[in-house]
Each structure stands twice: as C-alpha cells, then as structure tokens.
Design a protein around this ligand. Structure first.
Ligand code: PLP
Length: 388
C-alpha cells in the first residue's frame, strides 16, 4: 500500500498523447493538469521520446565526480536564455529551494554572524522538507512539524510596508514566487517586486525567485522575472524543466555564484546525462519554436473566453493569471473547488484545485486554441450541472 499522503482521484492512466490522456478502461480525458505544470510539451512528444531513447542507449548516469555533455549543453542554454551565470542541478523543486536557502545563509554569515534571517511570503509554497517548509507561509502544512528552521519571518504578500519593516541588517534573503501557484495564482505586484529588489540591494541580501511553477514558458516568457523588470540573485526551477523527467535547478548570478564553494552541497543524481539531455531538448523546442508566443496568445484567449462564459454563474468570482498559468476563482459559500474537480471528470476534463477555492487551468503549452476552448466548454458544462 502507498502511504495515505495524497488523496487520489479514482483514475489510472496508461497512455497519453499531446493534451490527452487514456485510462485503463480506454476512456479519453482532456488533460489540463499537465502533471501539475510539468508536461509543457504534452504527453508523448516525439522529440522527448527520441531524446530519452537515444540518450539511454549512450549513457544514463555517471555521478558528479565527472563531467557529462548533456549537463554542459543544458547549462549553456540556461545561461544564454537568462541573466544568470551559474547553475546547479537537483532532482526536484523542493531540493532547489533547499540549496537556495543555504547559499543565502552562507553569504549572510560571511558578512556578519547574525545575518541569517530569511523573509518569506504569506500563502507561499516552496516545498515540504524542513527548510522549504519553514518558508512556506501556510499553517496547514507547517502545523504538525514544528519546530522548523529558526530565523525566518513571514510578511503578507504584496504588502510593501510590511516588507520594509521586516527587512534589516540581519536579513540574508527574501524569497517569493513571482506568481504564487499552489495557493491560488496570486500575482506579485510590480512595485512589490521592485521594492524587494531595492531592499536586497540596500541590505546586501539575496532576492530568491521560486520559478518552479512559473518557469519554462508557462507565462509566455521562458521565466516570469523577465516580465517584471527585476533580476533575482537566485532562481529555482523544476517542474516543466525535464519534460516529465525529474530534474530541478538553481541559477545564480554574481555574488550568489561567488558565495558557493566545493562541498557546500551535493546530489548523487543531480545533472545526470539522461535528465539533462531531455531537459536540453525541451529548452531547444520551447525557445526555438513559436510556443511562447502561442502561450501568450491562447492564454489571453482563454481568460477572455472564461470571463465571457462564466460570468453568468453565481459561484464565479474571477479569472486571473499570465499565459497558461490560469486560476479561476469560485465563491466557496456557493461551490467548492474540489467538487468541481470531481464533477469535471464526468465531462472527461482534468483540472487541479488550488488554494483559496480556485481551479487551476493548466493546459500543456502545446494545447491548440480549439483544445483550450474545448476544455473551457467542458468546465462550463460541469458548472451548469453543479449549479442546477
Ligand atoms: C511544485 C512546487 C515546489 C515543489 O517542487 P517539487 O518538485 O514538488 O519538490 C516548490 N515551489 C513551487 C512554486 C512549486 O510550484
């Protein structure tokens, strides 16, 4: 038996293609979960399959005692496509966060022994290991696991005044998601992000962006920070980066890169030839095709269409998001998002719930406009049925 950590839907999938999944009964579902923002190129993308097959025939794993070509290639691409100068590979988002926090602590301590405080946001989600959990601003995840990491301080998201009050000489980092995903597709305000950048500069602290969910094209640019006119010192990636293969990364720049030395961190699997080659193939496909323009276009189309079709429903509050990172907010006194997720299965549509009673509408980035409209109509039918 599996430990009862996840509440699973009663479905077992056996294959997939593009935006579609097939279960063990031969039923076909429109997949707007995308493996929780992972399957950017959908299911069974020919280039991903090809990369896995050919790399597996050559080399799967060698360890970090040696170099490997896939890792070099992916690193060069990430650096070329961003404002960062160094990369470290992990196996998940949570692990990426852990190392980001360690780098910030090390840098802070090198300046002053009490410069160890990490500021994080209310309603954030950064993962569930002790470090990442300590900066995840949701009591429901933390409650049973105290004591957590000391010297962390929570501020309300987008509250400039609270952020200014919280930051001091003891601050070594501010960590945030540029769009909070898990807790409800909450967008960071431009002024808030600029203030965070300014405070980090003034106090010699690192700005850490968790782009695990926003990254790799989901918002219509390769990274969300590119739309916010700030460059963080450290960026955490995972989810879509590997096209479904388990890989995470942190990207660092300038002082954050110099803070790291031999032995500071490690990972046996991290950056292995197989996952890096697949990730490199994915980055090539996303950056050299028209996918990101497509994401921006169909994302705007989806929001307009959802607004138009759903405004008649009593339970509908609003639709928000950037690109194909879309959150649909429902009034929880009228309907629960978990009910919608279950009811949508009857329409053969897969969507995810999120914090504050939202439905996360996350098509694969390659979903066509027709497929997106199809998904919206399936959700509309679901709501009609539920509101009767
Ligand atoms: C999913 C997610 C994580 C955790 O990543 P894992 O790969 O599940 O460890 C951290 N931060 C954000 C913003 C996420 O969306």
């Amino acid at each position: 038996m599996l430990l009862p950590v996840y509440r699973r839907l009663p479905l077992t999938f056996v294959s997939g293609e593009g935006s579609w999944l097939y279960d063990d009964k031969g039923e076909k579902y429109l997949d707007f979960v995308s493996g929780v923002a992972v399957n950017a190129l959908g299911h069974s993308h020919p280039k991903i399959i090809q990369a896995i097959q050919s790399q597996a025939e050559n080399l799967i794993h060698v360890s970090n005692l040696f170099h490997n070509e896939g890792e070099w290639k992916l690193t060069q691409q990430l650096i070329d496509q961003s404002d960062f100068d160094h990369v470290f590979y992990t196996n998940s988002g949570t692990e990426s966060i852990e190392f980001a926090l360690k780098i910030a602590r090390k840098h802070g301590r090198s300046l002053h022994k009490d410069k160890t405080e990490i500021i994080f946001m209310e309603n954030s989600f950064h993962g569930r290991t002790f470090g990442a959990l300590s900066v995840t601003g949701q009591e429901k995840y933390q409650a049973e696991f105290h004591p957590l990491l000391p010297n962390v301080k929570m501020v309300p998201f987008n509250d400039i005044e609270a952020l200014e009050c919280a930051v001091s000489d003891r601050t070594c980092a501010i960590i945030m998601e540029p769009i909070q995903g898990e807790s409800g597709v909450n967008l960071a305000h431009q002024e808030f992000v600029l203030k965070a950048r300014e405070l980090c500069d003034d106090y010699d602290a690192f700005l850490i962006f968790d782009e695990i969910q926003t990254g790799i094209g989901r918002t219509g640019t390769l990274f969300m920070y590119q739309q916010l006119n700030v460059i963080p010192d450290i960026m955490a990636l995972a989810k879509a980066l590997g096209g479904g293969m388990p890989i995470g990364a942190i990207l660092t720049r300038q002082a954050a890169s110099y803070a790291v030395s031999y032995g500071d961190h490690g990972s046996t699997y991290g950056g292995n030839p197989l996952v890096c080659t697949v990730a490199s193939t994915l980055i090539t496909e996303i950056t050299e095709s028209a996918i990101m323009t497509h994401v921006a276009e169909v994302g705007a189309f989806a929001k307009t269409e959802i607004q138009k079709r759903f405004q008649a429903f009593d339970s509908f509050v609003e639709v928000r998001g950037v690109g194909l990172m879309i959150g649909i907010v429902f009034d929880e006194s009228k309907i629960l998002n978990t009910e919608i997720v279950h009811a949508a299965l009857q329409e053969k549509l897969l969507v995810i719930s999120g914090g504050n009673n939202i439905i996360r509408f996350y098509p694969p980035l390659i979903a066509t406009q027709d497929e997106i409209l199809d998904g919206i109509i399936r959700l509309e039918k679901t709501l009609k049925r539920l509101e009767k």
